[in-house]
Design a binder for this molecule. Structure first.
Ligand code: TXA
Ligand code: MG
Length: 322
């Protein structure tokens, strides 16, 4: 696997790899994606194998524009409205799958819905336009682990499973997209993320209900409880620090500023904290502490998504990850 420059030559190289059914990691505004041709079952199978991802957990399909999106899914009035307002951007829409969509069954895990988004990132858009079709791309990390916000994070998780990594520097949002399911103009939040829930609510003029979390095999997929987990244990809402713990701090009154501390945002800005979250978890993990204590983070704006990721990072881990 090679890290390359995402200039025109890099995009041509990446496109050739993708057309050949191989995998390319690319930056988006949220996190790096592990991309494969969504119409090629071999490529999609390689994504699941590279991530060691359970087959029942479906993938997000990235498209260059709404035309391609509408070939894959059915957009009702609400879905159209959200697409027009938030795309390109950190919103994924789960809509009914078109019978003639042509995507591999593995992408949707056999469901009759499909998750779609148009990323707001020049390199991702150049790549999608060059490929000319949909790319399945989960976050470019091993299943269950912390998501990547730099090319180096991707490189540290993978080897030859990946043909190339397009290096676009650090991502600007830092958390995955917000996922909402829209069917018959009803809308549910499947995962909080880079677009705050209240921005969506004010756009459609009604409350967005949260889909229930599932701990084991999801029948309507959504989310696994343990996810985004570093090697170290994670202790939430820390108001004191125990001996030997690393600290993920927030705000002006950090419990300590010792060497094992990273402050997500000394000024208490949740958007800045979102940008720094995954990178900070990876860095503290490398420091070798058994536990990462996390100070409370307010739940407004992107705080809802940050707290969602941290709760999953702190959740009991499946035996296979202990
Ligand atoms: O920001 C993002 O969304 C990043 C970048 C690369 O675009 N991608 C990402 O993908 O986070 P991934 O695979 O790590 O998360 C995809 C989520 C999973 O939780 C999955 O269950 C959900 O999308 N999903 C996919 N298809 C679905 C469907 N048909 N119904 C409900 N949830 C779905
Ligand atoms: Mg992920």
């Amino acid at each position: 696997m090679t890290i390359i420059n995402p200039d025109q030559h890099g995009i041509v190289q990446a496109t050739a790899q993708l057309k050949g059914g191989r995998l390319v990691a690319f930056p988006t505004e949220t996190v790096y994606g592990l991309g494969g041709d969504a119409l090629n079952p071999t490529a999609v199978a390689r994504i699941f194998a590279a991530k060691a991802r359970p087959r029942f957990n479906p993938l997000i399909v990235h498209v260059p524009d709404l035309n391609v999106a509408e070939k894959l899914g059915v957009f009702d009035q609400t879905a159209h409205r959200l697409a027009h307002y938030f795309w390109p951007g950190a919103l994924t829409l789960v809509v009914p799958l078109r019978p003639d969509a042509g995507v591999s069954d593995l992408v949707t895990a056999g469901l009759n819905t499909i998750a779609i988004r148009i990323p707001d990132h020049d390199i991702a858009q150049n790549l999608l336009r060059a490929v000319g079709g949909p790319l399945a791309a989960p976050s470019a990390n091993r299943s269950g682990a912390v998501s990547p916000t730099t090319a180096e994070h991707v490189a540290s998780d993978f080897g030859d499973e990946l043909a190339l990594i397009l290096d676009g520097g650090a991502t600007t949002v830092g958390l995955e997209s917000t996922i909402v399911a829209v069917e018959d103009d009803a809308i549910t939040l499947q995962r909080p993320g880079g677009i705050p829930r209240d921005a969506i609510e004010s756009q459609i003029g009604k409350k967005v209900e949260v889909a229930e979390l599932v701990s084991e095999r999801p029948n309507a997929p959504g989310q696994l409880v343990s996810h985004y987990a570093p090697r170290a244990l994670v202790r939430l809402n820390a108001n004191t620090l125990n001996a030997g713990e690393a600290l993920l701090a927030f705000g002006a009154n950090a419990l300590t500023t010792n060497a094992q501390t990273i402050n997500l945002s000394p000024s208490g800005d949740v958007s800045e904290a979102a940008v720094n979250l995954f990178s900070a978890l990876r860095t503290l993990d490398k420091g070798g502490a058994d536990t990462i204590a996390v100070m409370p983070i307010p739940n407004h704006g992107l705080g809802e998504a940050i707290n969602d990721r941290l709760q999953r990072a702190a959740a009991p881990r499946p035996k296979s990850r202990l």
